[in-house]
Write a protein that binds this ligand. Sequence first.
Ligand code: NDP
Length: 384
Amino acid sequence: MKNLCILGCTGSIGVSTLRVVAEFPEKFRVRSMTAGSNVRQLAEQVHAVKPERVAIADKDMIPEFKNLFGAGAWKGEVLGGVDGLVELAEEPQSDYVVSAIVGAAGLLPTLAALKKGKQVGIANKEPLVMAGPLMLAAAKHSGATILPIDSEHCAVFQSARCGETKEIRKIILTASGGPFRQASKEMMLNATKAEALKHPTWSMGAKITIDSATLMNKALEIIEAHFLFDVPYEAIEVWVHPQSIVHAMVEFTDSSMIAQLGLPDMRLPIQYALTWPERLDGGLPSLPLEKMSALTFEAPDRSRFPTLDFAYDAGRRGGTAPAVLNAANEQAVALFLEDKIRFCGIFDLVGKALAAHTVKQVENLETVLEADKWARQYVRSQMA
Ligand code: NDP
């Protein structure tokens, strides 16, 4: 029986994780869960799952959360703020932490879990992009195990088991291409929020859906793959695969290419990350091959989607550059979702922030957090 802490349980990955866990009551027990501010959904989940402890990042929402329970309906403990999240991520009663907060907000609790030597299933890619070397060093030092949940990285993780790390020639990450795969530059310039939020194959939270429309999601995944699998940037390729069936491929030195296929449903990578090294029947449907008459692959259009080059550039510059890429993007996406900039403004702001940044070596967490803060302020200053 594994005791789980689910960071970000009210989000898209959090909800899918609870669905997976419900299939294996004899294997997993949810010890604790966290939310940002959506206390209504958290309360429904707590009623169903009955964890011992919860944490709500927005402390002001705690009274409202407590009001949602009648006397004696649930006797668990409620913590608040980042400290509360960190406390749940590192408490010894949990063996496995699912990292599913969106954005940089997941960095401190995920790092805390890694420092305590836990198994950590990581969907929350932004902390790895910001602070990959610090997170890997923490895992190495404590003996923590990182299990990738991001579907592409879970696919690489599975495919890579067919050979030695030194035998990997390249990693190929696939991208659906998002809603603007075939759009003109003009159409992208005037894209509305509703259009950008309409992902063709995956159902996900708002931030990653916009990242998929700009291909920033793939850009972040390039850096994530570099850190997780210790491969150089020149050995990581991106191909657009609109069907979202082949999640990633690994090419070995003998030219064999191993791929992982599956329906676009996050329950499969979540389940693999939770049950690894076992494979169990979680009731997921087989891939209907009769409906797959064509699996196609095309090179991404790097002039319409400059985000991929931002990632290669930031990754090769190293140090604080990836943290700046991530933070500038988070800030720009927030501005787009608030209707303050146009869709292509995201490319402009991220590109400018990267160009204006003087890279520093990442010696500690403070350096990363300073770079993150600098990039957010820089992007906001461009709006003045
Ligand atoms: P959602 O937006 O659906 O959920 C985000 C979760 O994080 C919610 O529980 C939310 O709480 C919580 N949260 C938001 N802000 C804060 C904060 N400041 N402090 C603490 N908690 C916070 O995101 P997704 O589930 O789509 O994505 C989660 C992560 O997984 C992202 O990093 C994404 O890139 C990655 N990922 C997602 C995939 C998907 O299919 N969705 C696929 C692969 C990776 P509340 O609801 O209370 O706001």
